[in-house]
Write a protein that binds this ligand. Structure first.
Ligand code: NAD
Ligand code: TYD
Length: 336
C-alpha cells in the first residue's frame, strides 16, 4: 500500500510513521510536511535510509504540489498536519485557519479529484468543548462546541471531511483523540515542557490553580487506534479514542515532580489560559466494540518511559529550547 502522511515530522505523525513501518514494512510512505516550528526531521533520522520512506517538504495548502504528490499513486491519505497548540491559537488564529481548515480542503479536493482516495482525518476531543466534573465523557454523538481558535479550526476541518463523504462520496473516516504524550513531543505542551524544565532545574508554570482535567493517552496507543480505524473502521464514521486516564494538571505535575525526584517548590502558579476548558474525557466504547481497540499503556509506566526518553535525548530538546521556541516562551506566557 502507498500512503501519504501529512505532518509526519511532528510529534504524533513521526511516531505514527515509525509504528506503521515497523508493523507493515512493505508499505510505502510519503511524508509531506512544510516543517513549521513544530516539524523536525530529527524525529525521523532513523528512517532516512529506509527505501519505503520518502520525505517531501511542502505545504498542504499548495494545491499544485499536493496534486502532484497524490498523483504518485496513493492508496490512502492519513492527515496529521495542523497547527496544534491552543496557546498559540489564542495569540494568533490565522495559521490555524490556513492549515487546519484551508489545507484540509486542498487535501480533500486532491483526494476527490484523483480517484476518490481513502482519507483518514486525525482530530481531537477538543472539538466537543468542555465537560463539567459531573458530565459523562464525550462520545461520537456529543454535539460539537469548540471553544478555542484551535478547536474551532479542527471542528471546521471535521465538518469538511464529513461533507466530502456526504456530497462527493469520498471514502473517509475520522478519529477524535484525547491528549497524547510520549517521545518527540514538542516541549511547549505540558508534559514535555515540565519534564525538560525540571531537567534544567527550572520551575514549572501551572495555569490557574491546576484544576483542569485532561485524559492522557500514550502516543503509540493512539497510533494503534488509528491503525484499527484504517483497517476495520466503517467508511463515513467517526471514532473516539481516549486513554481512560483522567487527571488534574496539578496531580499530573505532582507525579512528574515525584518521578523526577524533585519537590513541589518547583511549581509556579501563573495566570490562567483565557477560556481554559475545564475537563476533557473520551468514551471509547465504540472503538472497543467495533474495532477491538483499547489503550494498553498504563499512565505510570508511560510517564516513566517518557521521562526516561527526555533524559536520554537531551540534545534533541535543548536544541529546540534554545531556538525560536524560547523567544515565543519569553514573549508570551512568561509575561502573563
Ligand atoms: P505537531 O504540532 O507536533 O505537528 C504538526 C506537524 O504538521 C508539524 O510537523 C508541522 O511542520 C506540520 N505542518 C503544520 N502545518 C503544515 C502545513 N501547512 N503543511 C504541511 N505540514 C504542516 O502536532 P501533533 O501533536 O503531532 O498533532 C498531530 C495531529 O493530531 C493534529 O492534527 C492534531 O490536531 C491532532 N491531535 C493532537 C493531539 C495531541 O495531544 N497532540 C490530540 C488529538 C489530536
Ligand atoms: P496542553 O499540553 O497545551 O494541551 P491542550 O491545551 O491541548 O489540552 O495543555 C494541557 C493542560 O495543561 C491544559 O489544561 C493547560 C495546562 N498547561 C499548564 O498548566 N501549563 C503549561 O505550561 C501548559 C503548556 C499547559
Amino acid at each position: 500500500m502507498k500512503i501519504l502522511i501529512t505532518g509526519g515530522a511532528g510529534f504524533i505523525g513521526s511516531n505514527f510513521i515509525r509504528y506503521w513501518l515497523n508493523k507493515y514494512p512493505n508499505d510505502q510512505i510519503i511524508n509531506l510536511d512544510v516543517l513549521t516550528y513544530a516539524g523536525n526531521l530529527e524525529n525521523l533520522r532513523d528512517l532516512e535510509s529506509n527505501k519505503n520512506y520518502q520525505f517531501i517538504k511542502g505545504d498542504i495548502g499548495d494545491a499544485e504540489l499536493v496534486n502532484e504528490v497524490v498523483q504518485k499513486g496513493m492508496d490512502l491519505i492519513v492527515h496529521f498536519a495542523a497547527e496544534s497548540h491552543v496557546d498559540r491559537s489564542i495569540m494568533d488564529s490565522s495559521d490555524f485557519i490556513k492549515t487546519n481548515v484551508l489545507g484540509t480542503m486542498v487535501l480533500l479536493d486532491a483526494a476527490k479529484n484523483n480517484g476518490k482516495i481513502r482519507f483518514h482525518h486525525i482530530s481531537t476531543d477538543e472539538v466537543f468543548g468542555a465537560l463539567t466534573p459531573k458530565d459523562k465523557p464525550f462520545n461520537e454523538s456529543t454535539p460539537y462546541a469548540p471553544r478555542s481558535p484551535y478547536s474551532a479550526s479542527k471542528a471546521a476541518s471535521d465538518h469538511l471531511v464529513r461533507a466530502y463523504f456526504h456530497t462527493h462520496k469520498l471514502p473517509i473516516t475520522i478519529s477524535n483523540c484525547s491528549n497524547n504524550y510520549g517521545p518527540y513531543q514538542f516541549p511547549e505542551k505540558i508534559i514535555p515542557l515540565f519534564i525538560t524544565n525540571l531537567l534544567e532545574r527550572k520551575k514549572v508554570p501551572v495555569y490557574g490553580r491546576g484544576k483542569n482535567v485532561r485524559d492522557w493517552i500514550y502516543v503509540d496507543d493512539h497510533n494503534a487506534g488509528i491503525d484499527a480505524v484504517i483497517k476495520k473502521g466503517k467508511i463515513g464514521e467517526t471514532y473516539c479514542l481516549g486513554g481512560g486516564q483522567e487527571i488534574t494538571n496539578l496531580e499530573l505535575t505532582g507525579r512528574i515532580i515525584k518521578l523526577m525526584g524533585q519537590d513541589r517548590t518547583m511549581i509556579e502558579y501563573v495566570a490562567d489560559r483565557p477560556g481554559h476548558d475545564l475537563r476533557y474525557a473520551m468514551d471509547y466504547t465504540k472503538a472497543k466494540k467495533e474495532l477491538g481497540w483499547e489503550p494498553a499503556m498504563s499512565f505510570d509506566r508511560g510517564l516513566k518511559q517518557t521521562i526516561d526518553w527526555y533524559k536520554a535525548h537531551e540534545a534533541w530538546w535543548r536544541k529546540i529550547k534554545s531556538g525560536e521556541y524560547l523567544e515565543y516562551y519569553k514573549k508570551n506566557y512568561l509575561k502573563r
